[in-house]
Design a protein around this ligand. Structure first.
Ligand SMILES: Nc1ncnc2c1ncn2[C@@H]1O[C@H](COP(=O)(O)OP(=O)(O)OP(=O)(O)O)[C@@H](O)[C@H]1O
Ligand SMILES: [Mg+2]
Length: 234
């Protein structure tokens, strides 16, 4: 893939929620173009809609208005099954609240997206063990995810998001629950991914200044629209 290729494009994306008779306008017209291999950080006040935006990009929710295209695919044309397949093949999602399956072990959780994508079992187990090692969970492979600390769950969620080598990695505060040393290890993992897979595009919600500094562009979500950090400072 050509490095200057637009891999992700949003135009006029709006999303609201209804709570009883109350309407919350969360996203009021998001326009954004991201090139392949680009790293973006996204910040904004709590409740500003960061997770909502990432869920739209991850095909976990649909916009009310506007258009999203990723890897050449117009999201509005994807029905449920095709959306699930696209998610498995192209996207990696690190959830703010991890979303591990409690009845599965760490190894099984990490392998799950690969199993759903039909990856060869041996290869998958090898990849999952390697990733578990890289996020420092090698000794926890047989633990069920509800037997893990918050930070360990977060690291398992990171490994799971990487298992299918996604074209676009969507990360919702991936170091939000880690101490500074473990956070530094995860930072190093992201750096390694960047040099191993420079085509991988990353959109990361983070309030960690060090992580944000690794990004090519810093976006701020405010009043339902995206501002580039430079605009914000003017
Ligand atoms: N499923 C939902 N139903 C109703 N309202 C929702 C829903 N999801 C989010 N909201 C509302 O939309 C707004 C944006 O929420 P969102 O989770 O996107 O914020 P955020 O920027 O990720 O915040 P934080 O930094 O606290 O994680 C909030 O006011 C929230 O209450
Ligand atoms: Mg959030």
């Amino acid at each position: 893939m050509n490095n200057n290729e637009i891999i992700l494009e949003l135009s006029g994306v709006c999303k609201h929620y209804n709570i009883g008779t109350h309407v919350i306008e969360v996203l009021r017209g998001i326009d954004l173009q991201v090139t392949s291999g680009e790293w973006l950080s996204l910040t904004g006040a709590s409740g500003s809609g960061k997770t909502t935006l990432l869920h739209l990009l991850g095909l976990l929710e649909r916009p009310d208005e506007g258009k999203i295209t990723a890897c050449g695919q117009d999201y509005s044309l994807l029905k449920r099954r095709a959306a699930a397949a696209f998610r498995r093949q192209k996207l990696g999602f690190i959830f703010q609240n991890y979303c591990l399956l409690p009845e599965l072990t760490v190894l099984e959780n990490i392998q799950l997206p690969g199993m759903l994508a039909g990856v060869n079992r041996r290869q998958l187990e090898k990849d999952a063990r390697e990733l578990a090692g890289r996020v420092g969970l090698y000794k926890r492979l047989d633990h069920r995810s509800n037997e893990l600390s918050g930070g360990e769950q977060q690291r398992a969620a990171i490994a799971r998001a990487l298992i299918n080598r996604p074209a676009i990695l969507l990360a919702d505060e991936p170091t939000g629950n880690l101490d500074s040393r473990t956070g530094e290890e995860i930072l190093q993992l992201f750096r390694d991914i960047r040099s191993e897979r420079p085509e991988c595009t990353l959109i990361m919600i983070t309030h960690n200044a060090e992580i944000a500094a690794m990004a090519d562009r810093s976006l701020v979500l405010r009043d339902g629209v995206i501002r580039q950090e430079k605009e914000e400072m003017e």
